[in-house]
Design a binder for this molecule. Structure first.
Ligand code: DAH
Length: 346
């Protein structure tokens, strides 16, 4: 074979296969052609075998020509293969009646439960006031739910009327308030401490418009040197204003809790009637929001904190009560029935 013959064989192969690739009817035909041209016994492969008989000078001319042809044919085969692959997908899509431009079906999105929204609002404000999140068990021993909190054995709150008792060897109860977190936390941590403890509590009440055997509270506790009723007043005022706005009016009333001395109850001027009296505040003009007080020295002592050195304040409030007020819900059962027609409104 002369170099001239090599060159003309190259262009014959190029023309022949480019024409055949152009006419190939499907993927299988392309693959067949690829083998016929570039396979082990393919036309181009056979031609290139002739190179070995060329002189070095001739090889320098013929070699690059052969390589260029191989690259050109490979590119032509690949292009055709891609064309058929895309065509296959399109044909498949055209078989089904599919309009890719149609908008999708909307996925129904849920949202947080109103009680979670209310709890988050309260814990948000408290955390900005420096309170750290704390938790305690729902099934609690009487020691942490009552004894350490200075609630004596004969106290009416320990009566079977209010408390769910759990059968078992140890005297266990379902915690009647989040105050159990106070005693548990103070046993383990030394002051200064400043915690909020949101959570579920249980009372032996039957379910009606304003009572539920299961509800939620948030407990607050601050213990350090020189903590006084003045700190409690200023912090709870800031908290209430955070909840109800700067114009909210707050009032502190003397009260009694075994675990605080002195004890107070905190009311907010009714946000619905501005104190004139309406059905939400039952004509009072004020709504009771929470119980609080200066931690009783017995409670500190019971939990291993020296009341001569440290003092503190504590408070506890109902999440349902606040949510009912925020959302003007009259019946506490609304929260537990999971009626989507109702929940979707909030
Ligand atoms: N534990 C009380 C209750 O369940 C609420 C409460 C009142 C908590 C005063 C406190 C407090 O920490 O100081 O009704």
């Amino acid at each position: 074979m002369t170099i001239q013959e090599f060159k003309s064989a190259c262009s014959t192969i190029e023309q022949e296969y480019k024409a055949k690739i152009g006419q190939a009817a499907d993927l299988a035909a392309v693959e067949e052609l690829r083998v016929a041209a570039l396979g082990r016994k393919g036309a181009l492969t056979e031609l290139l075998k002739g190179l070995k008989d060329f002189s070095i000078e001739e090889k320098k001319e013929a070699g690059p020509l052969g390589n260029a042809l191989k690259a050109a044919l490979t590119a032509a085969f690949d292009e055709k293969t891609e064309f058929f692959a895309a065509k296959e997908i399109n044909d498949e899509l055209n078989k089904v009646n599919l309009d890719l431009t149609l908008p999708g079906y909307p996925v129904a999105k849920g949202h947080r439960h109103p009680l979670s929204v209310a709890q988050d609002r309260m814990t948000d404000i408290l955390s900005r006031l420096g309170f750290e999140w704390a938790e305690g068990p729902w099934v609690e021993d009487e020691k942490h739910n009552f004894d350490l909190l200075n609630i004596p054995l004969h106290h009416p709150a320990r009566d079977a009327q209010d408390t769910f008792f759990v059968d078992g060897k140890m005297p266990l109860v379902l915690r009647t308030h989040t105050s159990n977190v106070q005693s548990r936390y103070m046993e383990k941590h030394k002051p200064p401490l400043r915690i909020m403890a949101p959570g579920r509590v249980f009372r032996n009440d039957s379910l009606d418009a304003t009572h539920s055997p299961v509800f939620h509270q948030i407990e607050g506790l601050y213990v350090d040197k020189h903590v006084s009723l003045a700190d409690l007043k200023s912090d709870l005022t800031a908290f209430m204003k955070g909840l109800f706005g700067n114009k909210a009016e707050i009032r502190f009333r003397p009260s009694f809790f075994p675990f605080t001395e002195p004890s107070v109850e905190v009311d907010v001027k009714c946000v619905f009637c501005q104190g004139k009296g309406c059905n939400v505040c039952k004509g009072n003009g004020w709504i009771e929001m929470l119980g609080a007080g200066v931690v009783h020295p017995n409670v500190l002592r019971n939990c291993g904190i020296d009341p001569e050195v440290y003092s503190g304040y504590a408070f506890g409030m109902g999440v349902e009560r606040l949510a009912m007020m925020m959302l003007n819900i009259k019946d506490i059962r609304t929260f537990y029935e999971n009626d989507l027609r109702v929940l979707k409104q909030f």
